[in-house]
Design a binder for this molecule. Sequence first.
Ligand SMILES: [Zn+2]
Length: 339
Amino acid sequence: MCQKHTEISQNPSHFEGSAEELKTATTVQANYTDYIKDMKFFDPHIHMTSRTTDDYTALIDAGVVAIIEPAFWLGQPRTGLASFKDYFSSLVGWERFRSSQFGIKHYCTIGLNSREANNEALAAEVMEILPIFLYKEGVVGVGEIGFDDQTAAEEKYYRLQLELAKEANLPVQVHTPHRDKKKGTELSMAIALEHGIDPGMVIIDHNNEETVESVLDQGFWAAFTIYPFTKMGNERMVEIVKKYGSERIMVNSAADWGISDPLAVPKTAALMKIKGISDEDIRKVTYQNAIDAFAQSGQINIADFETPMEIDQSLKYNGNTVLRGGQIPRVDKDSIIIS
Ligand SMILES: [Zn+2]
């Protein structure tokens, strides 16, 4: 508990600015978990491969019962097909098992990320193995794909992967670029429509105030990433929900190997509660909408995480376990709270 409170106070981006916001920060610091006590959360974009077991524990303690891990860039370029293969395998294998060991249901999306689409020789090889993984259990979409530098190669592989999604009847999780975001977002949507993809099957991610209206108007899902120390803090997220309501809007952490906050979804829910957003609207943007969007894959069964998952850390995955020598496995059949 104390750890969470410290994190909030060390994270001024969520509460920077006015005296009123500072007051909110103090309130949240004192009562953060009280505001979200009985709430459940679904984080539709989080890269757990890069996170620790402490993060898993913090997530389940805060009520995050299910997550989606999109395939993405690892921070340095991959040099061969085998590392893509092993990475995709870990998303549907080891990482899913690791998540289950902390009582969290793990799904993933599989795709060639925009950055590595620029290595055309390798990208062509990756395209050939994508269908092997897209049809596996627990794969809820093609993602995260789209534009980074908005190059011709990125466009080519975005288009090819949209066709794969169409064929597999899977939702598409679109990463929008950090530079020239407005242009990249519009282009991503136009291309999806050109390929005859139903906008209701496309989740446009990393939105901001400049992009949200057009995304919603055209019938796409609008996802928002709450990054610490950037423009899209959760104070602004509250304002977006006040202005646009909760239809087709969802919040995620996109936590990865960079500076990010895996608890962004429950923290934003707490802030929304304090700011007078209704429980139903909070539930939609931090839980239900993500489920509705990605359940179109046919791969999400709410019963798997609606009630607390059984935790049995004596289980093994291919002979490997999350435990280290001498640790006693936690076998917890009843409680969602791990102490
Ligand atoms: Zn991501």
